[in-house]
Ligand binder design. Structure first.
Ligand SMILES: [Zn+2]
Ligand SMILES: [Zn+2]
Length: 178
């Protein structure tokens, strides 16, 4: 069986790019995409695709975030997510919960809220309920948006009244609107 190229630092992961300066084979976790191009995270130089080294490299942001989460680097996942203009439709809702955790831990509640709003649209009831609960908590504490907190709690109680998240949400007591 033909083996795909491996990352220089993470031999268990496939590499899709090579740094044009230092020659390192790069997996998504070894890239910096914050500027909209794929760069070597080590030296900052632009990377080329391994399959066609001359062409401009592009990175599937959902794939890169998945790699960050798998490594337990929620901070990096949150930073990648924050740099995106919109939530990628290919990003699974369970990863959005992890991104929100990373962003919340980094003191970026607005980024966490964006991830949670997307996760709340998941078809998986457990994930959607957890996302709504997290959103309500963020809006009460970090964001100080009681109206949005109340809306998230109302949606949670209406959609998933029997869920453990709903039980916790009933105890949150947002201040009344107005
Ligand atoms: Zn490099
Ligand atoms: Zn790597």
């Amino acid at each position: 069986m033909e083996r795909s190229p491996r990352c220089s630092r993470h031999p268990e992961d496939a590499a899709a790019w090579r740094c044009r300066a230092c020659g390192t084979a790069l997996c998504p976790a070894c890239t910096d995409t914050s500027g909209g191009r794929v760069r070597c995270a080590e030296c900052g130089e632009v990377a080329g695709l391994l399959t066609s080294p001359g062409s401009e490299a592009t990175l599937d942001p959902a794939e890169a975030i998945a790699v960050d989460v798998r490594r337990g680097d929620l901070r990096a996942a949150a930073a990648r997510f924050a740099a995106l203009p919109a939530t990628p439709t290919t990003l699974p809702a369970r990863l959005l919960l992890q991104v929100a955790k990373g962003a919340g831990g980094e003191g970026a509640p607005a980024v966490a809220a964006r991830a949670l709003r997307s996760a709340a649209r998941s078809r998986d009831p457990a994930i959607a309920a957890e996302a709504l609960l997290g959103l309500a908590r963020l809006c009460l504490d970090g964001l100080r948006r009681p109206a949005e907190a109340r809306a998230a709690i109302d949606e949670l109680l209406a959609r998933f009244p029997e869920s453990p998240a709903a039980t916790q949400a009933r105890a949150l007591h947002p201040p009344p609107a107005g």
